[in-house]
Design a protein around this ligand. Structure first.
Ligand SMILES: Cc1cc2nc3c(=O)[nH]c(=O)nc-3n(C[C@H](O)[C@H](O)[C@H](O)COP(=O)(O)O)c2cc1C
Length: 312
């Protein structure tokens, strides 16, 4: 029965075999988790953030576990655009799942340089614009919390991306996330992804120092899930539902039921991040779980679930 469920998703004009992605920064650039998970079974794959020049990121310690999640202050460490093209694109060329490149930068020009160069590559399905990283001094969330800057960077990025999908990744650390979402969509975003991490701190009480060398880090994992579900539902109702813009929902997804909550809240697809560190094959398991849930609930097409939250 679960084999007859239609799990395919029209995501901003491209067809995904199913609605499950892995989240940026948690699964490398392409094949790093190949021993644990067949990336071609995913609905979509998102690379670690790429910047124009390589970045070393912050000094260690840059991750710490918490009761229901983790803090990271990686600082957008990555191999940079040239090495990505040279070493990772040939691997991505063999991947059949749509691959999105997450793009970060310190200036609008840096984002645009990366997008313009990669927009020429047929193998790239689109971009996820990271304007929501809480762990860097320049760029990141600086862009993502000011609607005017969101308009500016999104319209420039859309122009550079051409026909490719431009997904804008939102931060939860804003006063009104719908205002930011509206700015992105009105400036040309084809999809929204949400959410990035919450700024947080863990203190070692013996040394009385923060555990992370960067002092603060981004909180991810199950701790943030209810907040992420709420924010997805808010943006769905306020901004995307009437405009037909898909949301890629994420934040603490670990199980099938977590993923289904996001779909009901209004996400067209979901991404699994932190849970991958505990169980690398977790995203693929969730795809099977979604099929079983649909079979059990007489849902023949996954689309029926999206935004199906009922009123009391
Ligand atoms: C170790 C780590 C590295 C991350 N790196 C990036 C990144 O490079 N770019 C980005 O946009 N998000 C990055 N994220 C954020 C995730 O993509 C995701 O938005 C967030 O962790 C919430 O999902 P989760 O709770 O399932 O992990 C990172 C998260 C973690 C835990």
């Amino acid at each position: 029965m679960s084999e007859s469920i239609n799990t395919s998703v029209d995501f901003a004009g491209i067809r995904l075999a199913n609605p499950v992605f892995t989240a940026s920064g948690t699964c490398g650039y392409a094949d790093e988790l190949a021993d644990f998970m067949d990336i071609n079974q995913l609905g979509g794959f998102i690379t670690k953030s790429i910047t124009a020049k390589p970045r070393k990121g912050h000094t260690t310690p840059r991750i710490v576990e918490t009761d229901a999640g983790m803090l990271n202050a990686i600082g957008l460490a990555n191999i940079g655009l040239d090495k990505f093209i040279e070493e990772k694109l040939p691997i991505i060329e063999k991947v059949t799942t749509p691959v999105f490149v997450n793009v970060a930068g310190e200036t609008v020009a840096e984002y645009i340089a990366v997008i313009e160069r990669l927009a020429k590559e047929p193998v790239i399905a689109g971009f996820e614009l990271n304007i929501s990283c809480p762990n860097v001094k320049r760029g990141g969330i600086t862009f993502g919390k000011d609607p005017q800057l969101v308009t500016e960077i999104t319209s420039a990025a859309k122009q550079a991306a051409g026909e490719k999908i431009l997904m804008v990744k939102l931060s939860p650390i804003v006063t009104d996330i719908s205002e930011i979402a509206r700015a992105a969509v009105e400036a040309g975003a084809n999809a929204l992804s949400m959410i990035n991490t919450f700024t947080a701190m863990v203190i070692d009480i013996e040394t009385r120092k923060p555990i992370l060398a960067n002092k603060t880090g981004g909180l991810s994992g199950p701790a943030i899930k209810p907040m992420a579900v709420y924010l997805v539902n808010k943006v769905y109702n306020d901004v995307t539902k009437d405009r037909g813009i898909p949301i890629l929902g994420m934040g603490g997804i670990r199980t099938t039921s977590d993923a289904i909550e996001f779909l009901i809240a209004g996400a067209s697809a979901v991404a699994v991040g932190t849970a991958t560190f505990i169980e690398p094959g977790c995203a693929v398991k969730i795809i099977e779980g979604i099929k079983k849930y649909c079979a059990r609930n007489n849902i023949s097409n996954i689309k029926e679930l999206v935004g199906s939250l009922k009123d009391w």
